[in-house]
Write a protein that binds this ligand. Structure first.
Ligand code: SF4
Length: 349
């Protein structure tokens, strides 16, 4: 059973993962919490990989059946100066190209990306309350108020295009997790023919950096341990998942051999589509570097769970929380082959 070919965007086969391109270290937002990954850590350095290197790496992964989907991602990909030529190049070989953007900056470039081959746009919608949305973005005071309006205008225009839409929300305690928030978000997504994606806030060992100029809740104390800060912001999606699963008229679950995540897509009676995930901790125990990891007790994502995550410096980071576990793909013109063995990615030069 297929729902919008959605399994393709996650795990298109037992051994394939999407290649997630982090095109730049820059972002125009200063989000109050990361969207679950270290790649939104507010550490900004210049790095713009070349189109040639990016497409070469993609082809090497395609050649050995490790990928077929190109996911273009942050920090904010519309800041990458060659986005459109890159999409055109990737479109020559990729089965599908997706673009994850905050949608704020350059609507024209998003429309051009669709015309050039992007068939799915993912937008984060942390809140539908303009004040809360503006607060979340960390934008300067004078821009905050109108930030959501800008995104709603974009969404309105996107519904005119032949493009899949996914609206994503990380639940944060007492910020966007009420029943009303959830109901409004799902109705809003449905109205715009988008899939609602709801995820847990993942533990992030730099969470204290991210909230250093912000207090989400009066209970947060910056001197708290990171674990405590995370616990105070974290709200489990489990009960929501149970509720949606019990009400769904159709559901599909998919995972693969590499990722520690299972993705669940539910189709509701009223036509809404909701995507959530589940962490499979048993799989993490099979990975050598996980067993020696200081974050073992808190992490709920697992290595390669979001795909082959290629940073702008052309290193693939195996785990979003571990900058030290990387696969070096610099100078890809010298790489003959990339293979996956049982536990490892082998780069043959
Ligand atoms: S290396 Fe493994 S245990 Fe450590 S944070 Fe990553 S997935 Fe979790």
């Amino acid at each position: 059973m297929r729902l919008n070919n959605l399994e393709l965007t996650h795990f298109s086969s037992e051994t394939k993962l999407p290649m997630r391109f982090y095109l730049t270290n820059h972002c125009n937002y200063r989000c109050r919490t990361p969207l679950s990954t270290e790649f939104c850590d507010h550490q900004y350095t210049d790095a713009y990989p070349s189109i040639n290197d990016l497409t070469l790496i993609f082809k090497l992964f395609q050649k050995t059946n490790l990928t077929e989907i190109a996911k273009i991602s942050g920090r904010e990909p519309t800041l990458y100066p060659d986005l459109i030529p890159l999409v055109k190049e990737l479109n020559k070989t990729a089965n599908k190209i997706t673009l994850s953007t905050n949608g704020y900056l350059n609507h024209e470039v998003i429309f051009k990306a669709i015309k050039s081959g992007v068939s799915l746009i993912t937008l984060p919608i942390p809140s539908l309350d303009p004040k809360k949305y503006g607060f979340f973005t960390g934008l300067p005071e004078k821009l905050k108020e109108s930030a959501l309006k800008n995104i709603l205008e974009l969404i309105n225009q996107l519904t005119e295009y032949n493009v899949e839409l996914h609206f994503i929300r990380i639940l944060i305690k007492d910020f966007n997790d009420s029943s009303k928030d959830m109901k409004d978000f799902i109705s809003f997504s449905k109205k715009n023919k988008a899939i609602t994606k709801i995820f847990d806030l993942n533990y992030h060992h730099r969470l204290n950096i991210l909230i250093s100029d912000n207090i989400f809740s009066e209970n947060l104390v910056l001197q708290d341990s990171i674990e405590n800060i995370w616990q105070k912001l974290y709200v489990s999606t489990t009960n929501w998942k149970k509720k949606f699963l019990s009400e769904a008229v159709k559901k599909i679950e998919f995972s693969n051999k590499i990722s520690c995540r299972k993705v669940i897509l539910m189709s509701m009676k009223n036509g809404a589509k909701i995507l959530m995930d589940e962490f499979l901790p048993e799989k993490k125990k099979e990975i050598t570097f996980c067993n020696n990891c200081m974050h073992f007790d808190y992490c709920r994502e697992g290595p390669f769970s979001n795909g082959w995550e290629l940073r702008p410096d052309l290193l693939i980071q195996a785990c979003p929380l571990r900058e030290d576990i990387t696969i070096n793909l610099k100078q890809p013109e010298n790489i003959r082959n990339i293979k996956k063995t049982n536990g490892d990615i082998i780069v043959e030069r």
